[in-house]
Design a protein around this ligand. Structure first.
Ligand code: NDP
Length: 246
């Protein structure tokens, strides 16, 4: 909804990924003036449409719309972003169908790189519902020892220097500098920030962190593409779940 330029880029990338792998998709680009009721009616329509397996509402919504109410309206079995409280609760319990795409992508990156999480010190900087919190939960399920940091954390660098696996999801360019990284750490940079000259940068200062890290994700080209891949995976899963229920 509305004309957020970053949202436009994300939606285009998701549509392109669907086309590339043969997933049918519909886009509803609603004007900012759309009422909450109209949006909820559209979600109801898609909830009841059998050929639609997954529904995603690109956030943020324009001011004045209740994001929680909108997300809660999506059928949890079609909630491919895994933001609905039913899916959030399932992640907490550890018996889930969908994981939010960014933490799921990070877990896949870690797994595919042959990095063992079990018993390792994992530090997540950021506690948002879409990245930080589910990320911490996924690392915990993988038997990591998890610390979650946020804007009120005291002595942050002391905490990040303990990390064998450090996940930065803060939204501040170059926030994590090399001196905050332990020698040999795995550094995952979730941040997507645009600097004044239009350049994309992460939350980690790559130049100073990279020499210390055993492995590090770049921005762009690290976590971002994995997020979209996991959206496709969740959509496929939703298709199977919804087909089995028919
Ligand atoms: P939010 O703004 O929702 O959360 C940011 C978190 O960072 C908050 O928990 C906040 O703490 C914490 N924080 C802010 N300042 C500090 C500080 N000085 N010290 C420690 N912690 C701090 O952001 P998101 O989680 O949605 O996104 C984070 C970044 O990841 C953004 O750059 C976003 O664009 C990017 N992103 C990338 C995705 C991808 O696919 N690669 C997907 C989603 C997001 P508090 O809770 O106390 O306010």
């Amino acid at each position: 909804m509305g004309d957020d330029p970053a949202s436009r880029v994300y939606v285009n990338n998701k549509k392109k990924a669907c086309e590339e792998i043969g997933i049918y998709s519909e886009e509803y680009a609603l004007p900012e003036t759309t009422s909450e009721e109209e949006l909820l009616n559209l979600i109801d329509k898609l909830n009841n449409k059998p050929e639609i397996s997954g529904i995603l509402v690109q956030l943020p919504l324009p001011a004045g719309l209740d994001e929680e109410k909108v997300i809660n309206r999506i059928n949890p079995k079609k909630d491919v972003d895994a933001f609905h409280p039913v899916n959030v609760g399932k992640i907490m319990v550890g018996n889930y169908d969908f994981v939010p795409c960014t933490p799921a992508g990070i877990m896949e990156l870690i797994k595919e790189s042959g990095i063992d999480i079990c018993g390792r010190e994992c530090v997540v900087v950021g506690r948002s519902n879409i990245v930080g919190k589910p990320m911490a939960m996924m690392l915990l399920h993988a038997n990591g020892t998890v610390t979650v940091c946020h804007s009120r954390t005291k002595n942050l660098a002391e905490k990040t220097r303990q990390a064998d696996i450090l996940v930065a999801a803060v939204g501040i360019p170059n926030f994590i500098t090399g001196d905050m990284v332990k020698e040999g750490a795995v550094v995952i940079d979730v941040g997507i920030n645009r600097t004044e000259n239009g350049k994309l940068t992460g939350d980690v200062e790559f130049e100073t962190a990279e020499p210390k890290a055993a492995a590090i994700t770049p921005v762009p080209g690290g976590v971002g593409p994995m997020t979209i891949a996991m959206l496709m995976k969740n959509t496929l899963k939703a298709a199977v779940i919804n087909r089995e229920e028919k």
